[in-house]
Structure formats: structure tokens, C-alpha cells
Ligand binder design. Structure first.
Ligand code: EPZ
Length: 417
């Protein structure tokens, strides 16, 4: 298994173009299944999760082509309604295919999804909503047998929590349903807007995406379209954290600054300055970061849980005590034990983590246990004295497109061996 070797400390400089968003590409690929003809997605990141979605689409009978960051999906030949357990286990997002398959095929058979171990990740909100839309769901030995003999019906759905995945599954299932669906307490993440933009370009009637109430008037059919995936706001936040911890000046481009707005005040609080333009931002970090009073992860437009780990790594070298409260996932601090190996000083009490800034980190062998935790180890490793050796790269490759090449292009001494 290849590993990353970072010789630190490093200074970064120059400009990094941010790739398309993983968490937008995956639901868009599932939604393409609703169309009668070809969809073309531009700015698709080259990631193992995207490859898994391509495998699922091919397994369902779609014709799929990939050319660099462009993916063409022709669902007109799709004739399957089952997804093998092996593919379902590869990622959490596989569950988003449920709404699309039931809507297209009138039935679906799949197992419970896999993905990052962030504590319990139930799908009860997905199933509750689809059942309300007339889908009959039998849960049997870890398998979900679903059918909609009278078709999927529009209805009112109030989500007890603004789940991103459940909102996406409902929007997809409702797009070609009979009647109108109204989702209240819907997720408001930029990836939800992007999905609505895509489906509306295919002929859907979705209103209010990005707000807490989303209205979807079901239509008879959808036809394919061309769509550009939004930039990855979490990848951008990770590069900003890397620039901050290394005291660097860096330009992050091909982004939508508004999507990163929940993260900026945190970096400003610890002394970073920003020069923001329409599609890029320049960060100038101080020689030593100040502390961050408290970071509470929340649904969008709150601070994103996916940026918690890289930003926590950033505060390990700050001057003072920073407090993190993880409200979205039960156990999303697996990176803490590995950061301690690099010399960080962090105490965890349930969902609260207290980071006492230290004056130096020193390189050591560490292991990524999940995607964003892996990114945290890279951020810390860039500033650590000596060699940081990171294993468990399969997690990183799920969400970052050749991270080491990007960082090396910014001047980092980093190799994958
Ligand atoms: C999406 O996951 C993202 N994944 C996650 O990013 C992200 O952390 C999360 O949203 C929150 O922003 C993708 O978009 C592929 P949720 P998702 O449903 O849809 C509970 C990354 O690093 N819940 O909003 O799974 C759930 O347990 C990944 O890129 C239920 O209880 O997130 C969690 O505590 C990791 N029942 C909370 O809601 C349900 O039916 C948020 O989950 C669904 C969710």
C-alpha cells in the first residue's frame, strides 16, 4: 500500500485550482438515472467514490464514459434495479441511488450503505420519507426490498433533522412523482442547490433549493443535460487550513467564495487575512496562528463538519486554546489520536475537543482512519519538523484528487511511495 512522506516544515506559495465537489458529483450521477437520454457532467473530480458510482451506473445497465473530468452517462439502456452489497459497502452515497432506481424502475433492491465510520449513520429519514411517498420497503437481513406498485407519489415531508442525503433522495424521487412534494427542514448545503439546478435543467420543477422549504412538482419525464459540477468547498477549506498552519500566502481559485463563508471567520479569528474576488481568494497567514475560541459544527450555513478535522489540525500549532464541538456525528475525532503522535495536545470529552496549541510538531508514522481525518494528518504533517509518514491513503483518495501532486506544485516536500 502506498504511503505519503512529508518532509517538514514547509512553506506553500502560488495558486491552486480546486476540483469539482465529491459531495455534489455523487448525487448528480444518481439523479442522471431519472433521464431518458444522455447527461454530461463537467468538472467531475477523479476520485475512488466517483469510480464507485460509475461502477454502480454500469451495473444498472447505463452506458458511461469518462474523459478526464468529463463524464457522459446514458441511462436509456438501464434495466437493473439491484445494487450488489460489495458496491453498496464502498460508500455511504450509494443509498442516494434508492430514490432514483425506485422512481425509474418501480422497484429496487439494495443493502445498507457503507462509507466513513463516523459513528452510527442510520438511513431512517430516507426510508421514512420514501414510505410516505408510497414506496413499500421491506427490510430483511440487511437488505432493502422496495417497490412502488402505484408509482411514487408527491406528499409533505418534514425532516426531523436537515439530512443532506435524505433531502437529496427525496428531491430525486419526487422529480418524476405524481403530484407535488414539499420538504420542510430540508438541508441547505450548496450541493442541494447544485442538484436542483441539474434536475431543473433536465426539465424538473424544483423551487426553494437552499432554503428550509423545498417544493418539487413532479413531471412526466426528464431529458438529459450538460452540467458543470460546483467546486469542492471542503477541498478548498483544506488547502486554506494548510496555508494557515504553514504561515503561507496562497491563492485558492475556481471556487465559489460564498460556499466557504462559514469557514472564513474561523481562519480570520486566528489571524489570517483574505483577499476575495469572484472565483478565487488569497489567504495570508501570520507567522504563528492565534487560537480559535470555539468551533461548533452545524448544518449549512453553519461551520461544516467536513472541515472540522483539517481546521483542528491547523489549531494544534496556534498560540492558545481552541475548542471544537462536533454536533453532526457521534465519533468524528479519530484523527485526534494520530495528531497526538505528532506532538499535538488535544483532550476529547464526548463531542467536545480542547486543543492546547503547542510550539512545534514532530513528524511520525500516522494512519488515516477516514477521509477528513486523513486530510488533518496531511495539514499537520506539512508543518511538523522531520518526516511524517501517512498510511491509509484509500480514505484520502475518496475525496481529494492527487492531493500530494497539488501540494508539491505549491512547494511542499511531499511524495507518495
Ligand atoms: C453528507 O453525508 C456528506 N456526504 C458528508 O460528507 C457530510 O459530513 C454530511 O452530509 C453532513 O454535512 C455526502 O454528501 C456524500 P446527513 P450524509 O444525512 O448525507 C443523521 C465527507 O467527508 N441522519 O446530513 O450521510 C446522521 O447520522 C462526508 O465528504 C439520521 O439520523 O449526512 C448524521 O448524524 C462525510 N438519519 C446527521 O444526520 C438519516 O436517515 C447528518 O447526516 C440520515 C442522517
Amino acid at each position: 500500500m502506498s504511503e505519503l512522506f512529508i518532509q517538514g516544515p514547509n512553506k506553500l506559495s502560488g495558486e491552486i485550482c480546486i476540483h469539482g465537489a465529491k459531495n455534489s458529483t455523487l448525487p448528480l450521477m444518481a439523479a442522471s438515472l431519472l433521464c431518458d437520454n444522455e447527461c454530461i457532467l463537467h468538472n467531475c473530480p477523479v476520485l475512488s467514490d466517483v469510480d464507485t458510482s460509475l461502477k454502480i451506473l454500469r451495473y444498472l445497465g447505463c452506458r458511461v464514459q469518462r474523459l478526464g473530468n468529463d463524464v457522459a452517462i446514458d441511462p436509456s439502456s438501464a434495466d437493473q434495479c439491484k445494487i450488489p452489497d460489495s458496491l453498496m459497502r464502498e460508500m455511504r452515497s450509494s443509498i442516494i441511488f434508492l430514490g432514483a432506481i425506485v422512481s425509474r424502475m418501480g422497484k429496487a433492491e439494495l443493502s445498507f450503505p457503507g462509507g466513513c465510520e463516523l459513528g452510527p449513520r442510520p438511513i431512517d429519514l430516507h426510508l421514512l420519507a420514501l414510505r410516505k411517498m408510497g414506496v413499500i420497503i421491506e427490510e430483511d437481513h440487511g437488505c432493502l426490498k422496495c417497490s412502488a406498485p402505484d408509482g411514487v407519489k408527491g406528499t409533505c415531508i418534514n425532516l426531523s433533522f436537515p439530512s443532506v442525503g435524505a433531502t437529496e433522495n427525496i428531491m430525486i424521487a419526487a422529480s418524476c412523482a405524481k403530484g407535488t412534494t414539499i420538504i420542510t427542514n430540508a438541508a441547505r448545503e450548496p450541493e442541494i442547490w447544485d442538484l436542483a439546478d441539474f434536475l431543473n435543467s433536465c426539465g424538473a420543477k424544483i423551487y426553494g433549493a437552499g432554503e428550509s422549504t423545498v417544493v418539487i412538482e413532479g413531471v412526466k419525464s426528464l431529458s438529459g443535460c450538460e452540467h458543470r459540477v460546483i467546486p469542492d468547498r471542503i477541498a478548498a477549506s483544506t488547502f486554506l487550513a494548510a496555508a494557515a498552519i504553514t504561515g503561507s500566502t496562497l491563492t485558492v481559485s475556481q471556487i465559489i467564495p460564498e460556499h466557504i463563508a462559514p469557514v472564513i471567520p474561523i481562519l480570520e479569528e486566528c489571524g489570517c487575512h483574505f483577499d476575495i474576488s469572484k472565483s478565487s481568494m488569497k489567504i495570508t497567514a501570520p507567522k504563528r496562528l492565534g487560537r480559535v475560541k470555539s468551533v461548533r459544527t452545524m448544518p449549512y450555513p453553519g461551520f461544516p463538519t467536513d472541515a472540522q478535522a483539517p481546521v483542528m489540525a491547523m489549531t494544534t500549532l496556534s498560540d492558545g486554546t481552541s475548542v471544537f464541538i462536533e454536533t453532526i456525528f457521534e465519533s468524528r475525532y479519530k484523527h485526534v489520536g494520530e495528531l497526538l503522535r505528532l506532538g499535538a495536545n488535544i483532550k476529547v470529552e464526548g463531542r467536545v475537543a480542547i486543543v492546547e496549541g503547542v510550539s512545534r510538531l514532530s513528524g511520525a508514522p500516522v494512519e488515516a482512519a477516514d477521509l477528513r481525518g486523513g486530510a488533518a494528518l496531511v495539514v499537520a504533517g506539512l508543518a511538523a519538523q522531520g518526516v511524517t509518514q501517512i498510511s491509509g491513503l484509500k480514505h484520502l483518495d475518496r475525496g481529494y484528487e492527487s492531493l500530494e501532486k497539488s501540494l508539491a506544485s505549491l512547494g511542499a516536500d511531499i511524495k507518495r511511495i
